[in-house]
Design a protein around this ligand. Structure first.
Ligand SMILES: *Cc1c(COP(=O)(O)O)cnc(C)c1O
Length: 296
């Protein structure tokens, strides 16, 4: 098991002709490089939950997710690294063939329970679980501890240097942490990767510590919804890799980078604007794509 490697984190300034032409400086905070399985933002979102579980002498962490959940895999690997047992409650019936994400989670020692979509939406917990001894983490690490951990992402760059900070949003936990950690004159821009994600605003709002923060969510770049894509997105990800050497994933960061290209194209930013984009990882999710679609 490799450790989390913070020394690998870099801030890459993109020398993309479009950005240079528009006078916009875009840098990418490379959290994708900290660990092959616990990728990107997931370790940050989990860190304070695990500290709390340790303080409460819990031995087992229970969390929730779908068959392709980066959060499930990251929880499995982080628990193994920190000496916790882990249990994943997975949405949907036990399939004949487990997804690569679930196979890897099992290999990291996670015990999997499958529940129906109805049970999942009602948060019905399998009766076999000893709920008093277990520590529960919400799907996607959503919650106050998750946002507090995500706020520490910005300790890995010189955050004062940027006018805007951009990231992809699923549950909104990461963006809430970034908003809490940002300075009042900075704007945080969240690209939603879900379709019609009207709950995002409220979910983020309930995790915020300050009233005076400057942020917005953009709902135009989900490509049909969560984990949906079109060939235009895949072509963009390949082009982005050729231009920058940075791999992205089709569920989150591909949509983030695509969205910012469009925003720059549409003159949404003043010349001289300095933007930091969070590469929140997720690259292992690309294994659900057909081989050969991506050049990296
Ligand atoms: C989970 C994940 C996100 C979304 O984070 P939230 O805190 O749920 O909004 C973004 N990017 C990647 C790569 C992820 O795996």
């Amino acid at each position: 098991m490799t450790d989390i490697n913070f020394n690998n984190i870099s801030v890459d300034i993109l020398t993309v002709p479009l950005f240079i032409e528009k006078g916009v400086e875009i840098s990418v905070l490379r959290l994708d490089k900290i660990h092959p399985l616990i990728s990107g933002n997931k370790w940050f979102k989990l860190r304070y939950y695990l500290e709390e579980a340790k303080q409460q002498n819990k031995k087992t962490i229970v969390t929730f997710g779908g068959a392709w959940s980066n959060h499930i895999l990251a929880t499995a690997a982080t628990c193994k690294m920190n000496g916790f047992n882990s249990i994943g409650i997975i949405r949907g019936e036990n399939p004949a063939n487990l997804s690569p994400t679930l196979l890897q989670s099992q290999a990291e020692g996670m015990q999997l329970f499958f529940i129906t979509r109805e049970q999942y939406s009602q948060k019905i917990i399998p009766a076999e679980l000893n709920t008093a001894e277990d520590y529960f983490i919400n799907e996607g690490g959503y919650g106050v501890n998750g946002a507090e951990g995500a706020a520490t992402i910005l300790d890995h760059c010189h955050k004062q240097s940027y006018d805007k900070i951009g990231c992809a949003c699923g549950t909104g936990t990461m963006v809430a942490g970034l908003i809490n950690a940002a300075q009042s004159m900075q704007e945080v821009i969240g690209i939603s990767v879900l379709k019609n994600n009207t709950a995002l605003q409220e979910k983020v709002q309930s995790l915020l510590q300050n009233e005076d923060r400057n942020f917005q969510f953009i709902h135009d770049y989900h490509f049909g919804g969560y984990a949906k894509y079109k060939s235009e997105l895949i072509d963009f990800m390949n082009m982005f890799y050729q231009q920058t050497g940075i791999p992205s994933d089709f569920v989150y960061t591909g949509k983030l980078f695509y969205g910012f290209y469009q925003l720059v194209k549409n003159n949404s930013f003043q010349p001289g604007c300095r933007i930091l984009l969070i590469h929140s990882g997720g690259l292992s999710g690309n294994s659900s794509l057909e081989k050969g679609m991506l050049i990296f």
